[in-house]
Design a protein around this ligand. Sequence first.
Ligand code: FAD
Length: 451
Amino acid sequence: KKILIVGGVAGGATAAARLRRLSEEDEIILFERDEYISFANCGLPYYIGDVIKDRSKLLVQTVAGMSKRFNLDIRNFSEVVAVDRAGSTVKVKNTKTGETYTETFDHLILSPGAKPIAPPIPGLAEADSIFTLRNVADTDKIKAEVTERSPKRAVVVGGGFIGIEMVENLRDLGINVTLVEKLNQVLKPLDYEMAQIIHQELNAHGVNVILGDGVDHFEDAGKKVVLESGMKLDADMVILAIGVAPENKLAKDAGLKLGPRGHIVTTETYEVMDGASGEVIKNIYAIGDAIEVRDFVDGSQTAVPLAWPANRQGRTVADHINGIPFKNHGIQGTSVAKVFNKVFATTGNNVGQLRAKGLPFQQIHAHRGNHAGYYPESTNIALKLIYDPKTLKVLGAQAVGQEGTEKRIDVIASVMKMGGTIYDLQDMELSYAPPFSAAKDPVNILGYIAQ
Ligand code: FAD
């Protein structure tokens, strides 16, 4: 078989490696329009903040290394600009020379990712110190800004994962940071009361947090950020992190079916569909941030731009192409991030989502030590469990604390994935010694409280 892959990072590189492991014979060509493949997107903020000191550590695989190791034909600086469905060919443009050529395929996998949203805010085009963060090139620009121009004041717009991680990393460099968020809380996966702990942590680290306000326009080449409320903020640099949109131009031009927010719609085995007829196109697949996924909790269509789904889909689409069956359970959206000394983690739906969907739920909270209180340095974890009042199945969980926070969410996520109830949380036999937990783990306690 001849298999082409568009996009050489999380989903695309995973698919390529798995395809090769499953078949020595297949011809596999991976196209990446930028220079780097398989880089650590998730590490980029920490390189800017000097936590990761060595830039080369971000480059998980190089073109030469991965080509050799997996016997792949990897073409960077190669943008796939058109897909001819009928002829089963793609048009590829060399982004250095501008030359184009066509390549045929038996199977085509699209993993083009998602791009930062940059609406046409007045003043944005004239600014030279406003940045978005997606890839290594963006990172190099921001790194150069913070090292060469030593900004004193930064404004981060958007309190999602990337915004929050940038706030922490810029603050740790000694920069005065203001965070502007349109909603009345940061980190939407958390419910309001859980997000308060994060607000407190941001305040405690000297971050000026402005909630319920958005950017109206920029003045002075981006050096003044004017908010909708009229407030003006001085900024030597601005990070725009207001979310991502699926990279769907190729799919749109090829007439593929897209969801309401522009994500590529796929079958359970990631085949794409015709935009007009909905007919499944058997030899073209899409994975990663660009696609719609099924919500694990209620089966509704949603989008989860995270690395786990992209990697999992990369592997399973390769399995499917090689006739290996797999069950698509949908996506729980399990996530974790660090905010200064706190960790927050979530899985499943939160109360806000369940209310919006009109689904019944019960919620409980617990505050437990991460390990035995008599052992030094025990810290508190605030936990929230959400479950179905009838079936008692776990619908979601959130935790904010320090050490051991994400471990509890990972256990609950696992129980959830197996269709578990609050009784299963009680019955989880988890490892215990005083430095790590208590004989009744916080996860068990949630099950007991819920009973
Ligand atoms: P990507 O990994 O973005 O890869 C898509 C690639 O396709 C890009 O390199 C792009 O250049 C290329 N491409 C697009 N169109 C074409 C074309 N037409 N021709 C050729 N190439 C093309 N997720 C987590 O779970 N945890 C984290 O901590 C986390 N941190 C993150 C931090 C940052 C700063 C960023 C930007 C993302 C982070 N993510 C995190 C999200 C995670 O990186 C993505 O979910 C994941 O990379 C998606 O994989 P993908 O294959 O869909 O897209």
